[in-house]
Design a protein around this ligand. Structure first.
Ligand code: PMP
Length: 351
């Protein structure tokens, strides 16, 4: 009944989203701050409309505002350079369905976002991972020729490490690859650089972004891709007709319009990230310098899985991750200052 690749595959297991229990929730890189008040007002106005009409299938309002927002980073950008989705996971699904045929090959780094494996499996394609070098860049194995290679994913900043490959290096990877490169910039707003500018130079670079993290809208589901218009034109054929609803389009548009709120909350998270990294090191953790809203760490003397469980029992939820053949550790999202203090106090009593 089912395609064999579906029965054979492991389903994607998102991070724990406990309901009805109060946790200090630092496991799925959500923003500790609520969304901008302007978002709530915009969604309220849509509710007043009665909701009986379908949404704008192209999310025009958002695309217009986003093109305006990125005009200095992407020369020549217009709304036609933007594709909106139900979170950036939806965009990742659209690009996979667009470029990858059954039997094809998708390449991405190890460790990175686990969903890429799932998308390949659903498509009946093979996944190939390439380990980072010791400086967290990628070598020639990432761009090696393979006639089955149809798509490459590069999370930048990477999850779970929070490391960044500089745009000039990403440009070289993209130029050397024989297939489109999806630069997954879910966390780029917390970093010092990004690859948006590359889309103007290379039609095979597609940058994806989300409002789930830096705009505090994980509950709304809104993400987007930026690429040259002839690429977006094809991707539109593959998306669901109404993949963004009226509430999310209005909310997302209001969110990117409130740049003052965005900058204030982002800056607070970056400051807390730096403080948290230093304090974790003080407690004996090895931490990788992060440019995202989370920190990847391991304790010199304690098992990561045990620390995860002890923290959970103490009401603090972090993410334990184990990448077969690479290693394991804890990915801890950057919360508010109060949440960070509580985490550090609990850990201080454990290590
Ligand atoms: N890319 C990466 C690297 C992520 O960590 C996430 C969050 N799980 C996403 C994309 C998807 O985020 P969303 O669907 O909420 O936009």
């Amino acid at each position: 009944m089912f395609r064999p690749n579906i029965t054979a595959m492991q389903g994607y297991v998102p991070g724990e989203q406990p309901r009805g229990m109060e946790f200090v929730k630092l496991n799925t890189n959500e923003n500790p701050f609520p969304c901008s008040p302007a978002v709530k007002a915009a969604i309220g106005r849509v509710c007043q409309s009665g909701l009986q009409r379908y949404p704008d299938p192209m999310a025009t309002a958002f695309r217009e505002r986003a093109a305006e927002l990125f005009k200095h980073e992407v020369p020549g950008i217009t709304p036609d350079w933007i594709l909106c989705g139900n979170g950036s996971d939806d965009i990742l699904t659209i690009v996979t369905r667009s470029f990858v045929a059954p039997g094809g090959l998708i390449r991405f780094p190890r460790p990175s976002y686990i969903l890429y494996n799932t998308l390949a499996a659903i498509q009946g394609a093979e996944s190939e991972t390439v380990d980072f070098k010791s400086d967290w860049t990628l070598g020639s194995a990432f761009t090696a020729a393979n006639e089955r290679l149809q798509l490459a994913f590069l999370p930048n900043p990477n999850s779970p490490t929070g490391t960044v490959i500089a745009p000039d290096k990403v440009a070289k990877l993209a130029a050397a690859l024989p297939c489109p490169l999806i630069v997954d910039e879910a966390y780029a707003d917390f970093a010092t650089t990004n690859c948006l500018g590359l889309v103007a130079e290379n039609e095979r670079v597609i940058v994806t972004r989300t409002l789930s993290k830096s705009y505090s809208l994980a509950g709304l589901r809104f993400g987007f891709a930026v690429a040259q218009p002839q690429i977006i034109e094809q991707l539109i054929k593959v998306k669901d007709s109404y993949n963004c609803d009226s509430l999310s389009i209005a909310g997302a548009t209001a969110a990117i319009d409130d740049q003052a709120y965005f900058a204030k909350t982002r800056d607070a998270i970056i400051a807390t990230r730096e403080r948290m990294t230093g304090a974790l090191r003080g407690l004996g953790f090895e931490c990788i310098d992060s440019q995202a809203n989370f920190v990847w760490c391991r304790h010199g003397k304690r098992e990561s899985r045990d620390l995860y469980q002890q923290l959970k029992d103490a009401g603090v939820l972090v993410r334990y991750m184990n990448y077969a053949g690479w290693g394991e550790g804890l990915r801890i999202s950057v919360g508010s200052d109060e949440q960070c203090d509580l985490l550090l106090a609990k850990l201080g009593g454990m290590v």
